[in-house]
Design a protein. Sequence first.
Length: 98
Amino acid sequence: MAQVTWTLQSLDDLTSIAAYHETSSPNYTAMLLEEIFAVEKQLAAFPASGRIVPEANVSTFREVMVRGYRIIYAHIDYEHVHILAVRSSRMPLDKLST
């Protein structure tokens, strides 16, 4: 199994996403965060399971979609996965600042 780490950027993204949704629906926020964190288990078992990020077209730069959010990660090998960012699928990747 791969070791999954969250970058500071990805954790900041989660904080912002939670703050945005919390005002309108605390239940949705809890469910969304639970689903996003569940991706960590998926990536630990299957590091290459996400699709290649179309804008990058590099096999080690991948993403998993959860409810309109892109969980963008890098897997250099099958032992290490780094979650780089969690962004709205509506936000262009060129806005990614990791």
